[in-house]
Write a protein that binds this ligand. Structure first.
Ligand code: URP
Ligand code: ZN
Length: 471
């Protein structure tokens, strides 16, 4: 099967040119002006952008958490991703305490098998090195294409690891070629603040932000950076929300340390006042780290513009408002932490980031596709439009308007963080490895067509799937 996409504005992290893109099989085989080739299908992209399929490096699908399971699985989550222009994501396989890493990876493969519509990989969340997994076993995961280890410094008693475990994993990563990811919040101090708030009788959602102050994000972020520096490992700080955490990342990067930071769509748009919405609606905005004071929105836009922060993910972790978030109606500590967003990232960042003059189109592509691909061992197979790369392409109509809503999100989740927001610029056709998955509002691929991607080690390139066919 061949596809010729004619006359679109091809936008990568570096280039912006009007060209034809010729796809043979699953890869891009030619890019040029007025290509003289015949194709099984021709798509007229005049007036449209051709963007590399976006990569979401931070999602939680079908994840057990807070005594329940996220409502969106690999089928509904990936459907929403595809409609929103995301063609590859990396989900977190969780090592439960007392269980091996292999069990976690097998479990997550089973969750995705037969359901996937887009391509995907896994990070491993390390919960314990004493009763279940061993460092030796963790060291074998890069051979299976799992080339990133995530450590949570918060969620005491659930995922939180000690500094000792964190440091050992960082040392291991420096030897195995894995990228260490951290959730930077001081879980011990948060635990004390939670107990004090509960003892004082505080129950409402707004207390979630009060017991997760920004200083505790800054402290943990800085601690992780210093430990990674001593251990000699590269570090990626997930979901950065505030100036207290941006500062240490900026200093490390200015010093030339291998440190990167990510923020998420929601942290540009939602602020702490949302937690006070009546009728328990504030629970929709309970996630960790929490929503912050609105003054951080500009801090984050400046950080992504200047490459202090290098990627924007969604941290998609969706729970129904009705029946799941409401588990915490009488106790904010029981509100499942997380929110939906897999399908909204490109539209929101394009409209408010590019449309608002905060970042360029090239920078948007870099933040949503190219840098995630480079950091997580997917580049240049994914994350760009180039000869030999997977034909993961979004035909994006920059003029079409849409109103964001849970009703049209393709998710099972019953609310949307950006409900009612009007955006200009919408994916029109989405191709994954040369196959059209979404076209003009219809899903045209079948579950099971998405593939697990065996990622390269940190700093290494993922070779094209095969040599491009040239005619
Ligand atoms: O509240 C959140 N973010 N839930 C997902 C787990 C995590 O902390 O990333
Ligand atoms: Zn997360």
């Amino acid at each position: 099967m061949s596809v010729l996409i004619r006359g679109g504005r091809v936008i990568t992290a570096a280039d912006d040119v009007v060209a034809d893109v010729y796809v043979e099989g699953e890869t891009v085989s030619l890019i040029g002006r007025s290509l003289d080739v015949s194709a099984d299908r021709v798509i007229d992209a005049t007036g449209k952008y051709l963007l590399p399929g976006c990569i979401d490096p931070h999602t939680h699908l079908d994840m057990p958490f807070f005594g329940t399971v996220t409502i969106d699985d690999f089928e509904s989550g990936q459907r929403s991703a595809a409609f929103g222009g995301t063609t590859c994501h990396i989900d977190f396989a969780i090592q439960s305490r007392g269980h091996s890493f292999t069990e976690a990876i097998e479990e997550w493969h089973a969750k995705a098998n037969g359901k996937a519509l887009i391509d995907y990989g896994f990070h491993i969340i390390v919960s314990d090195l004493e009763e279940g997994g061993t460092l030796e076993e963790l060291g074998t995961l890069p051979d299976q294409g799992i080339t990133s280890y995530k450590l949570l410094m918060a969620y005491k008693g659930v995922f939180q690891v000690s500094d000792e475990t964190m440091f050992k994993v960082m040392q291991l990563a420096s030897r195995t070629g894995a990228l260490v990811m951290v959730h930077g919040e001081n879980g011990d101090a948060i635990d004390i603040l939670i107990k004090e708030a509960v003892a004082a009788g505080h129950t409402e959602p707004k207390w979630h932000a009060r017991v997760h102050p920004p200083e505790l994000e800054g402290e943990a972020t800085n601690r992780a950076i210093q430990l990674a520096h001593v251990a000699g490992s590269p570090l990626y700080v997930v979901h950065v929300t505030c100036k207290e955490a941006v500062g240490p990342i900026q200093r490390a990067r200015e010093a030339g340390w291998p440190v990167w930071g990510e923020t998420c769509t929601q942290y540009f748009f939602i602020d702490e006042t949302f937690l006070e919405r009546p009728d328990f609606e504030g629970a929709k905005y309970v996630y960790s780290p929490p929503v912050r004071h609105a003054s951080n929105h500009d801090v984050l836009w400046n950080a992504v513009r200047t490459d202090v922060l290098s990627a924007i993910s969604t941290d998609h972790c969706s729970f129904l408002f009705d029946g799941q978030k409401t588990l915490g109606r009488d106790d904010f500590t029981k509100i499942p932490n997380g929110a939906p967003g897999l399908g909204d990232r490109l539209k929101m960042i394009h409209h408010f980031g590019v449309g608002g003059g905060r970042i360029t189109l090239n920078r948007m592509v870099d933040l949503l596709a190219t840098t995630p691909a480079k950091l997580f061992g997917l580049y240049p197979r994914k994350g760009t439009i180039a000869v030999g790369s997977d034909a993961d392409i979004v035909v994006f109509d920059p003029m079409r308007r849409e109103t964001i809503s849970a009703a049209t999100s393709q998710l099972k989740c019953d609310y949307n963080l950006y409900e009612g927001t009007e955006v200009t610029g919408v994916p029109e056709i989405v191709l994954v490895r040369g196959h059209v998955v979404v076209e003009n509002g219809d899903l045209v691929a079948s579950p099971g067509s998405g593939r697990f991607v065996h990622r390269a080690r940190f700093g290494q390139e993922l070779a094209p799937a095969r040599e491009p066919v040239t005619s």
